[in-house]
Design a protein around this ligand. Structure first.
Ligand code: PXL
Length: 278
């Protein structure tokens, strides 16, 4: 039976992030992908100005009620960028309705990067997102998001023991497996790390470091990771596939970076992703 994921995040109509990344990527992995759009924006908020924002919070309970009547079930529930703290509460109810012992929940607390919260977010939003993280099986923050969640200072200078400590503290929120993205100890390598609090194991996956920030890579990583775990890959395998694919996408983008400042050229790499999951 084909696996089914539901992903809950915004549609930025132009800009290749959130749903316009998650939908093609998870579909390419051979997984049926249902969506709940949380908001419609003309573009994402990372570098554009004057974008429109239509909040769809009130639609979510109706979609959920209809799906409950239909008896829909999903192998994974995966959330990304959420538009407001009210919306996080409603998504939390959705987890109560659709989460079960046979599926898993992934929360990517997409709210900050480079030491700063994205436009429109504040500390109240962070505390609500932190609660949502406690309900997840996997959370996928970058170091900025992890620092906001844990209330610790953001730093770009850290070592492996710091990463282990951050992962351990994140697991204490109640989520079984925190995953930290964008880990780098030097300029040579960059990657991701995970902690399975059930077994006490730590996992690391590194690839070459490319010191250009490319927009939307967090969404690409989280989508691939969610898809890989849905397909039954181990944490180690899912981490390696996600790191490799994210680096492929960054490498593909670099020659066009002046025009592509707003997004990542993931489309030409989808064939490689299909190979990685074979
Ligand atoms: O890529 C994360 C993201 C998702 N959705 C919106 C965003 C961002 C990051 O800037 O602005 C609307």
């Amino acid at each position: 039976m084909i696996k089914k994921v539901v992903t809950i995040q915004d549609i930025s109509c132009f800009g290749k992030c959130s749903l316009t990344a998650a939908l093609p990527i998870i579909s390419a992995m051979g997984i049926e992908t249902a969506v709940i759009p949380t908001a419609v924006l003309s573009t994402h908020t990372g570098g554009f100005t004057g974008y429109t924002f239509r909040d769809l919070t009130n639609d979510i309970p109706d979609i959920s009620a209809h799906w409950k009547k239909l008896g829909l079930r999903f192998d994974a529930l995966y959330t990304g960028y959420l538009g407001s703290k009210e919306q996080i509460k409603i998504v939390s109810d959705f987890f109560d309705d659709f989460g079960s012992a046979d599926n898993f929940i992934v929360v990517d607390p997409a709210m900050a990067d480079g030491g700063r919260l994205y436009a429109g977010f504040n500390n109240d939003f962070v505390s609500e997102m932190t609660k949502l993280c406690g309900k997840a099986d996997f959370i996928i923050p970058n170091m900025t998001e992890a620092s906001f969640i844990l209330g610790i200072p953001y730093t770009e200078e850290y070592d492996e023991s710091y990463v282990r400590d951050v992962l351990f503290k994140l697991s204490k929120l109640g989520c079984r497996t925190p995953v930290l993205t964008g880990i780098h100890y030097d300029n040579q390598r960059q990657g991701a790390a995970a902690y399975d609090s059930k077994t006490g194991e730590y996992f690391f996956a590194f690839n070459k470091n490319i010191s250009r920030t490319v927009h939307g890579t967090g969404d690409i990583f989280a989508s691939v990771f969610t898809g890989a775990v849905t397909l039954g890959k181990s944490i180690r395998e899912a981490l390696e596939i996600s790191v490799s694919f994210t680096v492929d996408c960054i490498v593909e983008t670099l020659p066009f970076i002046d025009e592509m400042w707003y997004g990542t050229c993931f489309e030409p790499c989808l064939g490689k992703l299909i190979d990685y999951i074979k």
